[in-house]
Design a protein around this ligand. Structure first.
Ligand SMILES: Cc1ncc(COP(=O)(O)O)c(C=O)c1O
Length: 357
């Protein structure tokens, strides 16, 4: 297979080990003589995968007993609605840090008085708003910890006087998280924890049951807690690959180890962006994401954008085109992206600059 440097934003690069184990399980799952996608989700063998996956989540993120980990369909986008259904009684505050935060807010607006407490829309979401005070009269405060499109990130666990809810689709498992500070952490799996098709939700059990509305069965977190994420048929293959991805993460030392690697990778790339006269970063320096690195051609060099894209592509770089809403470049350097790929991109930027600057 042709080897490329995969900087896709999600779905994205996954560990080779997880892919290989998944291929094996498609041929013969746990000695059953069947593919993992052919066995009953009520079988003993499948039950063991679910249990292992849950306990890996617990171990890797140090999830306390107060919280349950759920695997659900519908992606992070359906979680936007779950959040409002399960937590919004009257009023909710959102931190509007990008398009995904805005979409989450839109779902809540349909069910109550939800509003943006602060927004960075004035500068194309290139920074994380500061100086706001979380109000005490809301049912919850919602944040998006990593803004995949704009390359900004909240890399700490904030204190909140009201239940804190976080979309961690694109930075889950990239760093240790103080799960106890959150009423809910959710996201789509398709960046750091597996393929598309499954969403995760880490929910504090005693934060549920406080709204008076009728919650449709499938949208009620309690349904899935009671059903062990198997109230209905779970997305088995996506969960299988997730389990293998988490085994890989545990094998390399867990979230503390990967955090060190991620910080190093981001440093290498940001240092080059700051040093190279052809490129300039788009996110405010203090809010830079260690997962999605966004940059554009520096003033005076804008006309070289397509040429650099083609140059990088020829050298095996995949997925560095910025999101269609912002343009420029974005290198997504998730957990499974090796440091060698980041170094290859840096070399590519240096060689291109040597020809042009
Ligand atoms: C931060 C964030 N939230 C939500 C989503 C939407 O995820 P999904 O496609 O699983 O609905 C994405 C997708 O990239 C994302 O990056």
């Amino acid at each position: 297979m042709k080897k490329v440097h995969n900087f896709n934003a999600g779905p994205c690069i996954l560990p080779d080990q997880a892919i290989e184990k998944s291929i094996e399980a498609l041929k013969d799952f746990a000695g059953t003589g069947m593919a993992v996608i052919e066995v009953s989700h009520r079988s003993k063998e499948w039950g063991e995968v679910m249990d292992e996956c849950r306990s890996l989540w617990r171990e890797l993120l140090n999830i306390p007993d107060t919280h349950e980990i759920l695997f659900l369909g519908g992606g992070a986008s359906l979680q936007f609605l779950y959040v409002a259904m399960n937590f919004l009684e009257k009023k909710a505050a959102y931190l509007e840090t990008g398009v995904w935060a805005k979409k989450a807010l839109k779902e809540a607006k349909g069910l109550g008085d939800a509003y943006a407490l602060a927004s960075s829309a004035d500068k194309t979401y290139s920074y994380i708003p500061k100086g706001y005070v979380i109000p005490e009269d809301v049912d919850y405060f919602h944040i998006t910890t990593n803004n995949t499109i704009y390359g900004t990130e909240i890399r700490y666990d904030m204190d909140s006087p009201v239940p804190l809810i976080a979309d961690m689709s694109s930075d889950i498992m990239s760093r240790p998280v103080d799960v106890g500070k959150y009423a809910l952490i959710y996201g789509g799996a398709q960046k750091n924890v597996g393929p598309a098709g499954v969403a995760f939700a880490i929910v504090r059990k005693d934060a549920l049951g406080k709204v008076s509305r009728y919650i449709p069965t499938m949208l009620d977190y309690r349904t899935h807690i009671d059903g062990g994420s198997m109230f209905n048929t779970p997305p088995v293959f996506s969960i299988f690959v997730m389990n293998e991805t988490l085994k890989w993460l545990k094998g390399i030392g867990g979230v503390e180890a990967i955090n060190r690697i991620n910080v190093r990778k981001a440093e290498i790339l940001y240092n080059e962006i700051d040093r190279n006269p052809l490129f300039v970063g788009t996110a405010a320096k203090e809010d830079r994401s260690i997962m999605n690195v966004c940059f554009v051609m520096a003033p005076g060099y804008e006309a070289l954008q397509d040429e650099f894209m083609a140059y990088a592509k020829e050298r095996g770089m995949v997925g560095i085109k910025g999101h269609r809403s912002v343009g420029g470049f974005r290198a997504s350097i998730y957990n499974a992206c090796p440091v060698e790929s980041v170094e290859a991109l840096v070399t590519c930027m240096q060689e291109f600059a040597a020809q042009k600057a």
